[in-house]
Design a protein around this ligand. Sequence first.
Ligand SMILES: Nc1ncnc2c1ncn2[C@@H]1O[C@H](COP(=O)(O)OP(=O)(O)OP(=O)(O)O)[C@@H](O)[C@H]1O
Length: 450
Amino acid sequence: MSEGKLLLVEDDAALREALLDTLMLAQYECVDVESAEAGILALKEHRFDMVISDVQMDGIGGLGLLNHMQQYHPKTPMLLMTAFATIDHAVNAMKLGAVDYLAKPFSPEVLLNQVSRYLPAKTTADNPVVADEKSLALLALAQRVAVSDASVMIMGPSGSGKEVLARYIHQHSHRSASPFVAINCAAIPENMLEATLFGYEKGAFTGAYQACPGKFEQAQGGTLLLDEISEMEVGLQAKLLRVLQEREVERLGGRKTIKLNVRVLATSNRDLKAMATSGAFREDLYYRINVFPLTWPALNQRPADILPLARHMINRYALAMNKTEVPALAECAARRLLTHRWPGNVRELDNVIQRALILNVSNEITVADIIIDSVDIPLSAEALPVEEDKPSELDGLGHELKAQEHVIILETLTQCNGSRKAVAEKLGISARTLRYKMAKMRDAGIQIPA
Ligand SMILES: Nc1ncnc2c1ncn2[C@@H]1O[C@H](COP(=O)(O)OP(=O)(O)OP(=O)(O)O)[C@@H](O)[C@H]1O
């Protein structure tokens, strides 16, 4: 995070704190105040990229603040929060220049999705961008684990962000000023891994022309990430266990023991517990490193992360490609991203966005710029198997439209904070039809928010 960029104005202290937690976990830096008047003072002291404000407050309230913004900061987007009953006011406020409104109560992901439209999360290097409730909960847990000195095992499918989470834990630990050293156990030839981890003295083996400290020593005082630890051969696992137990290391060919003060994190995209049970991974080492397990779900299990991540990447790569303007993400492109299954998780999304920016020549990324090359069935096409589709039940929708239908239902559910009644009304279908469609979606494995 860099400077203060977001001003939060809310008079309800408990809600303000909850919103602040959500925004800060998503890497936004915020200043929070309890009234519109205090907001005006804060605007004099800091430069903000966005203001989020409640409408109903004592004093001049959110609309008074909007008025002030229009006069003195007309380019700064302002998002209003209002009780459902007073939405009419908010809609009028939008005519006065507010960019959007949120009807209370709203879920954290709805807030983050709105904010990311106007203010992509500013992250230092590799800080995780999150908006889905599952990811927010994981990050909150990671923050709490970070301050302990426990060994952490990070699991999750390939490309889900395990290394990003490991760096996050390091950055939030008391070791953050010391080194973070990562070693990919799968990428280093087996016969070199031991020397790379523990270091060696001159002449320890052919080619050891000079002494070299190992990764453990390099991480002294800080954190060592053993990436893809499942790929380490069993003999070396025993040596690693000894180092972790004794908290000291001996370089290959050396006689001196070096005391270690290193926190160890490990990642795996395989089921390490099953490997430990079958003997492919040492059980004692498994329990040593698995003091605190954290798991990233696959990207398709946390769909609310997709668009904020995409917008963050668009921002990042547009800057890196020296584009004069950061293109917006068109609705059709957003839908395409939401209907893909993402077998390659965040890494695949990252590639798709890079490609889109290379292709894009306008100020908007459209579905034509979204080239997905993984052999994959789109989420919603699979969700509605052709043989089960009875024309009468499908309202005559064509294939492409059918694929969109689930996205629309999911989006509307989020907008209506899960109220089935409101969704049916908004979509102009009966509650019974909505129930039927949602049952079909559930059968097809689509998670429907409660
Ligand atoms: N939440 C996130 N926010 C921003 N970028 C992310 C996030 N998660 C992943 N990435 C990006 O996606 C890519 C893959 O992430 P990372 O290398 O951490 O995944 P991984 O699970 O460790 O992958 P592997 O299992 O293949 O080692 C990286 O470019 C990373 O910066």
